[in-house]
Design a protein around this ligand. Sequence first.
Ligand code: NAP
Length: 252
Amino acid sequence: MMAFEGKIILITGASRGIGAATALLAASRGYHVCVNYVKNEVAANAIVKKIEDIGGKAFAYQADVGDEAQVKEMFRQIDIKLGPVTALVNNAGTLELQSRVEGISNERFLRTLKNNILGTFLCSKEAIARMSTRNGGNGGNIVNVSSIGAKTGSPGEYVDYASSKGAIDSFTVGLSKEVAPEGIRVNAVRPGFIYTDIHESGGEAGRIDRIKSTIPMLRGGNPEEVASAILWLLSDEASYTTGTFIDIAGGR
Ligand code: NAP
C-alpha cells in the first residue's frame, strides 16, 4: 500500500485518453483520485481498478462538467469520500466533426463552450472554495488542459473548439494572478496531435497519421507524455511556476 501524503485530486474526463493517463500517473505519485466521466462508466471503472491494483485509492464519478448542479454534487462527494481536493485537472473536453465556420451551428458553438470553458470555470470555482487560504484552505493546484489549437485556431477543422481553448488560456492567466496570493497555482498544458479517441469525434480517427509529416518531431504524442507535464506542474518542483503554459505538440 502506498503512503498517503494527503494529496487529493479531481481529474475531469479521466475515463479515457489524456485524463486516464493523468489519473494513473497521479495515483502512482500518491494522489487519491476522483476519476470523473460523463458517459463511459465501464472505462472509468477500469481506470479505478488499475489504480486499486497498484495499491492506490480512487473512485469513479459521473458528472457533466458543464452542469453546475452536477459539479457541485461531485465536489461534495469528493469531500465525503476522499476529503477536499488539493489538486484539480480541468481535462474534460470535446470537439465535433471537422467543419468550416459557416457549417457550425450556434447550438454546436455553445455546446463546445459549455463543455470546455464553462466546465473549467465551474470546477475551478468549487476547487478554489476549498483550496484558498482566504477561505481557510491550505492552498492547492490547478492545471487546465488547453490545446495547441488555442494558438493555431484550427482553421477548416474546429474553430469553435480552438476558441474555447483560447478562452481557457485567458482564464488560466487571469485566475493564476487572482489566486496566487491565496496559495493556489494555476497553469495549463497545450497538447496537440495526441493519440486518443478525440480525433474520431472530429470524424477522422487517422488524423494524426495523415499530418504527422508536418509536425517537426514527425510523430504524434502519447497521453502519458501530456500526463508527465501535468504532474510536473502539480508538483513542488514547479513551486514558483504559475500562469504559465507547456506546449506538448512535437514542436508545432
Ligand atoms: P478523449 O479521449 O475524447 O476523452 C475525453 C474525456 O472527457 C473522456 O473521459 C470523456 O468521458 C470526458 N468528457 C467529455 N465531455 C465531458 C463532460 N461534459 N463532462 C465530463 N467529462 C467529459 O479526449 P482526449 O484527447 O484525452 O482529450 C482530453 C483533453 O485534452 C481535452 O480537453 C482535449 O481538448 C485536450 N486536447 C487533446 C488533444 C489530442 O490530440 N488528443 C490535443 C489538444 C488538446 P466519457 O469517457 O464518459 O465520454
